[in-house]
Design a binder for this molecule. Structure first.
Ligand SMILES: Nc1ncnc2c1ncn2[C@@H]1O[C@H](COP(=O)(O)OP(=O)(O)OP(=O)(O)O)[C@@H](O)[C@H]1O
Length: 580
């Protein structure tokens, strides 16, 4: 919570304004019972109408003044809490942007979304309530007690007794509510996770007719959250009736004791009414304060979750003195590299060594799960190697500023990702200064121009969120065009040709040759036909290098490669030289 309170720093003047308005409104409110008691004691008892009107008008003026102060207070509090919410959202967003895949794995996407939205909202609402109540309630309670004691010290003893009861109840409720609030946020994460999976996997769910199964899964998460929320709400519903009970009991006690003292002539009627009014003010402020105590655990849980994100130590950090770009042009080398995912029993990559040179194409092939994607992810530092070194232009990737490193790389991921916007926006992601002609050229090279040309708005055609309004192959071609527009020194194609038909695959590789002739090209592929012309093929098997060489060399000496080839080609094709 301390971290969140630090967020109040830029709002110093607003806080000062809130403090001043709160003081003014409370002081005005505290005058009202006193004035009412004067009306009764002097105006009504002595039948002095002029006095009643005069004090009545004064009461209206005080009430109006308090209302205006409260209005300003509300305005400033909302300005501050929404400002804190905005700043936190910005900070979390920037922090998450600097996360490596390791941190994404650690938090989970659904949880990061809940933290950026719901958790920050909780804190924002709490801050709003906090600023309105946390000053007002104690001042009102203390002021009310002083005023009540000044009216009659004996009657005020009753107030102390009831305050003790109320504080005990609030404490007990807050103690129970605290863990429940924390659980609630976790369960909300769960609901978001199931919902997210359902929305992103809707096609599979429909195709496999698993709507019922998904419904049950969602119901389970939803009911779980509902149960905890209800438990918490039940606790909260106890609060108001308890306050009312204590307040009414106190009023009765004051009337019972006060009426005797009035009859004995030691107390005035108006003072009994004033003390009752002070009791109401004190109890109401304590109730408001108790709302803070009830909101606080949930807000604290949310604040902790936000803080977890903000204080995460990045597994991929920038070097203190980054290396300047040298003369080389994209030379990639792996030196005895091993990599393990957190909590994984076995290493995903073990002792990998190879080099990929500019002007050459290096292919990586291997069965599913053999570590191909993991290997290429180490080049742009999406993960850092656990052991060994990944070098780009003979410098360890960890010694580069990540922006400098990633500027050298054109990465086409296994699963093509498009953003909502136009086709041009998506290709321009690679180079924001690219003109329409550059975009067209990149699209032509990526064999994407044919389908773009047919669209009514061509490059200006809208792409839906997640690229759902283009086919898988078209998505992949746009994703390739994006990398080409960047004109990088190192191209990484992670199984990027798999959604293309054989003809387009061959055309694309042919078109790429002149463009990438000076660059280092690394192609991950499942299809032998895609990579058989490569200068060097690296065969991966269970995270280890099972062979390295050209297609012909591997056919002769690498068993794993022979198995892959024979699973994809017929005997006849193999004797013809494996051409598909
Ligand atoms: N985020 C992750 N956390 C833990 N283990 C992972 C993670 N990503 C991949 N793995 C594991 O690491 C191994 C290598 O995965 P990788 O994705 O690199 O394989 P791949 O060869 O690219 O497979 P495919 O051809 O199916 O894409 C697999 O055993 C996989 O289960």
């Amino acid at each position: 919570m301390r971290t969140i309170l630090k967020e109040m720093k830029p709002f110093g003047w607003t806080v000062l304004g809130i403090v001043i308005f709160t003081f003014c409104s409370v002081l005005a409110d505290l005058q009202l019972p006193n004035l009412l008691s004067n009306i009764i004691n002097k105006g009504i008892v002595e039948e002095n109408t002029a006095y009643i009107v005069e004090i009545g008008l004064l009461m209206i003026a005080f009430a109006l003044f308090s209302a205006i102060c409260n209005m300003f207070n509300g305005f400033l509090s909302s300005r501050m809490s929404t400002g804190i919410g905005r700043n936190l959202r910005r900070k979390v967003f920037i922090k998450v942007e600097s996360f490596s895949l390791h941190e994404f794995d650690q938090f989970g996407t659904a949880s990061l979304i809940t933290r950026t939205t719901n958790d920050i909202n909780q804190v924002q609402q709490f801050m709003m309530m906090f600023m309105r109540v946390v000053l007002q309630a104690p001042i009102m309670a203390v002021g009310g007690i002083i005023m009540a004691v000044s009216k009659n010290a004996g009657l005020s003893a009753i107030i102390f007794a009831s305050m003790a009861v109320l504080i005990t109840v609030v404490f007990l409720i807050a103690r129970k509510a605290m863990p429940l609030s924390q659980t609630m946020q976790k369960k909300l994460d769960n609901v978001n996770r199931v919902m997210r999976e359902k929305l992103t996997g809707i096609r599979v769910i429909r195709a496999f007719n698993t709507d019922e199964h998904e419904k049950k899964r969602f119901d389970a998460a939803n009911i779980d959250l509902t149960k905890t929320t209800l438990k918490m709400q039940r606790m909260m519903t106890l609060l108001m009736p308890t306050v009312m009970l204590v307040m009414n009991a106190t009023t009765i006690a004051i009337v019972a004791v006060g009426s005797r003292w009035v009859a004995a002539g030691s107390l005035l009627d108006g003072d009994v009414v004033a003390v009752i009014q002070y009791v109401m003010q004190i109890m109401m402020s304590l109730t408001m304060l108790s709302m803070i105590f009830v909101m606080m655990p949930r807000a604290t849980a949310s604040a902790e979750r936000i803080n977890e994100v903000l204080s995460t130590e990045l597994s991929i950090t920038e070097p203190e003195t980054p290396v300047e770009i040298g003369q080389s042009r994209g030379y990639v080398e792996f030196r005895d590299v091993s990599f393990s995912f957190d909590n994984a029993e076995e290493a995903a990559l073990s002792h990998i060594s190879f080099s990929a040179k500019p002007g050459e194409t290096t292919a990586i092939i291997g069965s599913t799960g053999s570590g191909k994607t993991t290997l290429v992810n180490l080049i742009p530092r999406l993960y850092d190697a656990t052991e060994g070194q990944v070098l780009v232009d003979r410098v360890d990737v960890r010694e580069y500023d990540t922006k400098t490193l990633r500027d050298k790389i054109g990465y086409v991921p296994q699963k093509a990702v498009l953003f909502s916007g136009t086709i041009a926006d998506n290709i321009r992601y690679g180079d924001e200064t690219a003109g329409d002609e550059d975009l067209k050229r990149a699209a032509q090279l990526a064999q994407a121009w044919d389908f773009i040309e047919e669209k009514p708005k061509q490059l200006g055609e809208h792409i839906a969120q997640g690229g759902t309004n283009v086919s898988g192959g078209q998505k992949q071609r746009l994703s390739i065009a994006r990398a080409l527009a960047k004109r990088p020194e190192i191209y990484i194609f992670d199984d990027s040709f798999s959604a293309l038909d054989f003809k387009t695959d061959a055309q694309l590789r042919k078109a790429l040759k002149p463009v990438t002739k000076d660059a280092t090209v690394i192609i991950v592929a499942q299809r032998v036909s895609t990579i058989m012309d490569s200068d060097r093929i690296l065969v991966l098997d269970e995270g280890r290098v099972a062979g390295e060489g050209t297609h012909q060399q591997l056919l002769e000496n690498c068993e794993v490669y022979q198995e892959i080839v024979s699973s994809q080609f017929s005997e006849e094709e193999l004797t013809k030289g494996g051409k598909a």
